[in-house]
Ligand binder design. Sequence first.
Ligand code: FRU
Length: 495
Amino acid sequence: MISQVLRDARRYEETSEKMIAKEERPAFHLSARTGWMNDPNGFSYYDGKYHMFYQYHPYDCHWGPMHWGHAVSSDLLHWEYFPAALAPDEVYDKDGCFSGSAVTLDDGRQLLMYTGVIKEHKKEGTICEIQTQCLAVGDGIDYEKYEKNPVLDAKDLPEGCSQYDFRDPKMWRKEDGTFCCVVGNRPSDGSGQVLIFSSPDGFSWKFENVLIANNSRFGKMWECPDFFELDGKWVLLASPMDMLPVGFEYHNGNGSLCLMGTFDEKEYTFTEEQDQAIDYGIDFYAPQTIQTPDGRRVMIGWMQNWDTCSFRTQNISWFGQMSLPRELSIKNGRLYQTPVRELEQLRCNQVIYQDVSVCGTISLEGIRGRMVDMELTISPEEGQEIYRKFAVRFAQNEQFQTSLSFHPGDSILKIDRKFSGSRRAIIHQRRSLVRSEDGKLKLRIILDRFSVEVFVNDGEQVLTAIIYTDQAADGISFLGDGTVHMNLVKYDLTV
Ligand code: FRU
């Protein structure tokens, strides 16, 4: 039975989606069907298609009572909207259906696990959110909430674990068919931790262990954990809130964290070996991964930063986009990300330039556009002193531009959207330390209408930022302070 609250949301989104022209949306990044979108949820492959659910407030372009939006795709790039899947319509989730995940049950139905939120009004006048884990079962379109919800609440938590910060379950099925999930939590020290639970059937759940404690190292509460095996290691992804910066690795505010290590599946213990940021740009949070049928680990994040949500268009009635789907791998102890290979099918109009000498500012015939896949390889000009600076500017016209600049002297790559048309006093730039020997660097730049994603050195690092520059600003130019030797391949991307 579909509740009235969900029926209203479905009716509303169907009508208001029609008010948004295709050109007012990203072309191949998933955006809110209408209203507000945050975290990816329930990213899964079900019944022959990729399913993406998302944190959703259909009625407004600002965060509000959370529903789950829903979209489906065959290639992770062309998305078809499905009716909203969940609405806050039960006593245990009346203040929101927060983030969660999806798996397929043996009987072919899809199981969703999400965080149910209810506000508790305390005597002193403060409000706390009680967070519990809940289930819904469905057929890929309609989902029925489980009659025994919530399946995990304060009773299941060991001493000291907060029932107010207990959210974002990510489930998976083990090889033996049983179920596991990791959930973000806050222990008594106020910083984050990730709890791990197990279940024989997906319905009755049991606490197993504190998989990892933050001990106040990386920010505070850890949101949206994900945990999976990749290239012989176990990888824990988390999105820490309230981070302090650490060198060029971690920046202030909400961040993205990847820990690599080993996992003892019997004892439910994770031994951490290495840490790094997931994305070094401005807008990336709360990623979730899936294993594709052909065995790839693919990650999609919310292409947004909580602290910069005031940066938006005034007249378009959607807010929030997902990042490109990115294939993950581990090389030399680092997490590598490359755009999902399906993107290559969107390429057309190849333009190649070889052995270009960039000295001063130049533009090149055929190199422009706002839906672009462009790969640049730069190095110092042979026989010349190493250049001082290289920059590429895009989404450019007389007034606006976004730029990437690289100084080989200190190996810093900077993304700068200060002149992209923003009228807000927010973060517009970010610097990242990249690996470059003798001024050599490889950049793959993917532009969609409202974003840029830069894959450095074949995916060793990624910098993501949204931009809302007028689409007419489609110029691309290059700058060399000194002489830069450049090879370039550029494609337009069409959907
Ligand atoms: C992360 C987050 C999650 C929560 C959801 C609420 O962006 O805060 O922890 O489930 O958003 O919309």
